[in-house]
Design a protein around this ligand. Structure first.
Ligand SMILES: *Cc1c(COP(=O)(O)O)cnc(C)c1O
Length: 246
């Protein structure tokens, strides 16, 4: 059935494919992650039914609310929001397999402690602030490598790559610089051959800039609006805990 959501999905799949062809990359190298904040379970299920399987929430509360509804639909859960350390327990309870927004050592240490207690492991991407905007989380590029080296020592956290939110701008070259910065850090980290660190994933690119991200090497693009429609909440609600406008 061709619902608006599924038509949008097909368009995004096509954009990803076209961008890969243009960048002379194999489309299999780029995963689509569905950014499902504010999206009701029914709509998420509709997309999962087509064979898509990677979804991510920004807030633990929403993860919790949709958990039961999605329990019977096969999928993988990542977490892409700012994570408060008092929510770690819940993240683990709701089967998040990768935290893409790991951006500070204090959080990593508490996560390690809890994983130890539960005898579990988790994957993580290090979120880097490549745009210097105050409204977004992520470690400063200059501090990224030392954070990675420290997190690498926590044996229950397996770093699989890096994540960033590109600059919101119509100036494509400025946006491109953000993604290049992430790629550059990836190359630097790779060269260090740090035990327990794999630099496979570059999670970058969203509804508005996925083509640029793919051209610069994205392996995961995170798409919400272009599939599910416009959200009723401003993004600052999700990206800056001190300025909750809603
Ligand atoms: C919401 C969100 C996205 C998706 O953004 P859209 O512009 O709706 O595609 C990607 N990454 C993060 C971290 C998000 O919070």
């Amino acid at each position: 059935m061709n619902t608006p959501t599924l038509i949008n999905l097909a368009q995004i799949q096509n954009r990803i494919k076209e961008a890969c062809i243009k960048a002379e990359r194999n489309p299999d190298e780029v995963k689509l992650l569905l950014a499902t904040k504010t999206v009701p379970s029914e709509k998420i299920k509709e997309v999962l039914a087509t064979g898509e399987n990677l979804i991510a929430e920004n807030k633990v509360q929403e993860l919790k609310e949709k958990f039961q509804d999605l329990a019977d639909t096969p999928h993988t859960n990542h977490f892409i929001g700012h994570l408060q350390s008092n929510k770690i327990k819940e993240i683990l309870k709701y089967n998040v397999t990768c935290i893409q927004s790991l951006d500070r050592l204090s959080l990593a240490k508490k996560l390690q402690q809890r994983l130890d207690f539960e005898n579990k492991t988790i994957e993580a991407l290090i979120q880097i602030n490549t745009s210097d905007e105050e409204s977004k989380f992520g470690i400063h590029p200059n501090e990224a490598i030392s954070l990675i080296e420290e997190v690498a020592q926590l044996d229950r956290i397996h770093i699989k790559g890096l994540m960033t939110i590109g600059l919101f701008s119509d100036d494509h070259e400025k946006v491109r610089k953000c993604f290049q910065k992430l790629k550059n850090i990836q190359q630097q980290v790779k060269a260090l051959n740090i035990p327990n660190v794999v630099m496979k994933e570059l999670s970058m690119g969203m509804s508005g800039d996925l083509e640029i991200a793919i051209a610069e090497g994205a392996t995961i693009v995170r798409v919400g609006t272009a599939i599910f429609g416009k959200r009723n909440y401003p993004d600052t609600y999700y990206w800056n805990e001190n300025k909750n406008i809603v």
